[in-house]
Design a protein around this ligand. Structure first.
Ligand code: BJW
Length: 230
C-alpha cells in the first residue's frame, strides 16, 4: 500500500448518492448552459437564476447521504494515517459527502456549497440556507453581494499551492468519477506522470484524458473504490 496517496474526486463519486454529474447524458450541462450558471459574467447578468440553481443543489446535497465510495475513502484515510502515511483528498465536488463519510482532511478545489462569500468584504461564512439578491452579509451588512463560495469558469481554483505540494510528495495518483474535461484538475494526471508516480482512474466511462492513465478500472465508484481500499 502506498504511503502517500493523492486522490482526485469528481461528480461521479457522488452520483450514486443521487447528486447529478455535469457531462453525462443526463448531467447538468446537458440541461443548462454552464456559461449562464457557472461564470462570474452569468451571475452578474442574472443572479436570481444562478441563486436558484445553487439553492436547489444545496437542498439536494443536504438531503443526500454518503455512499460506499465515500466511506471507503474515509477508512483509507484512517488506515494510512495510523501507519504514518497520508491521504491527500482533493475534490472538485462542492458537496460535503466526504466529510459526512468521516474524512477529516478534504481539499475542496472548486469551493463548497455550504459556504457563502461576500463580494464586498470577502468573508466566507458557513451557509446552510438559500441565498438571494436580498441576502445581507453577516459581517459587513451589505445586501446583494452574497454568492455561493464556489469556483466558476474563469476563476482561480482554491488551494493550488497545497495541491501542487501534495502531488510532488505522492507515490500513487488515483482519479475517481471525473471526466477530465476541466482544468487545472484534468492536468494533474500529466503532472503525476511527470513525477514518475503510478496513475489509476476509477470511472464509469473512459475520461477525456483517459490515455494519460497507466491503468483504468471501469465501474461504479460504490464498487471499484471499496475494492481498491479493502
Ligand atoms: C461515475 C459514476 C459512478 C458517473 N461511478 N464514475 C486549459 C485548457 C483549456 C481550458 C482551460 C485550461 N485551463 C483552464 C481552462 C478554462 C477552464 C476549463 O477547464 N475549461 C474546460 C471546459 C476546457 N477552467 C477554469 O476556468 C478553471 N479556472 C482556471 O483554470 O483558472 C486559471 C488557472 C490558471 C493557472 C493555473 C490554475 C488555474 C475553473 C474551473 C471551475 C469549474 N467549475 C465547475 C462549476 C462550479 C462548481 C459546481 O457548480 O459544482 O465545477 S464546472 C463543473 O465541472 C464543476 C466540476 O467540479 C467540474 C468537473 O466536473 P467532473 O467532476 O469531472 O464531472 P463530470 O460530469 O464532467 O464527469 C463525471 C464523471 O463521472 C464521468 O466521467 C462519468 O463517467 C463518471 N461517473 N457516474 C464512477 N457511479
Amino acid at each position: 500500500m502506498a504511503r502517500t496517496l493523492f486522490v482526485l474526486t469528481g461528480a461521479g463519486i457522488s452520483a450514486e448518492s443521487g447528486l447529478g454529474t455535469f457531462r453525462d447524458t443526463d448531467g447538468a450541462w446537458a440541461r443548462f448552459d454552464p456559461m449562464r450558471l457557472a461564470t462570474p459574467e452569468g451571475f452578474a447578468a442574472d443572479p436570481v437564476l444562478v441563486h436558484a440553481f445553487y439553492n436547489q443543489r444545496r437542498r439536494d446535497a443536504v438531503r443526500a447521504a454518503p455512499n460506499p465510495a465515500h466511506t471507503a475513502l474515509a477508512r483509507l484515510e484512517t488506515e494510512l494515517t495510523s501507519r504514518g502515511g497520508r491521504l491527500f483528498l482533493c475534490t472538485q465536488n462542492i458537496d460535503d459527502l466526504h466529510e459526512r463519510a468521516g474524512c477529516r482532511a478534504v481539499t475542496h478545489m472548486h469551493g463548497e456549497l455550504l459556504r457563502a462569500r461576500c463580494v464586498a468584504c470577502g468573508t466566507e461564512p458557513v451557509w446552510h440556507d438559500d441565498l438571494s439578491v436580498e441576502t445581507a452579509c453577516p459581517a459587513c451588512g451589505q445586501r446583494g453581494g452574497m454568492r455561493p463560495d464556489v469556483v466558476w469558469f474563469g476563476e482561480m481554483p482554491k488551494h493550488l499551492e497545497a495541491i501542487d505540494e501534495a502531488l510532488a510528495e505522492a507515490d500513487l495518483f488515483v482519479a475517481i468519477g471525473t471526466s477530465g474535461a476541466v482544468y487545472p484538475a484534468a492536468g494533474y494526471v500529466a503532472q503525476a506522470r511527470a513525477y514518475g508516480i503510478p496513475t489509476l482512474a476509477l470511472t464509469l466511462e473512459a475520461a477525456d484524458n483517459a490515455g494519460m492513465f497507466e491503468s483504468t478500472r471501469l465501474g461504479r465508484a460504490s464498487e471499484t473504490v471499496p475494492a481498491l481500499v479493502d
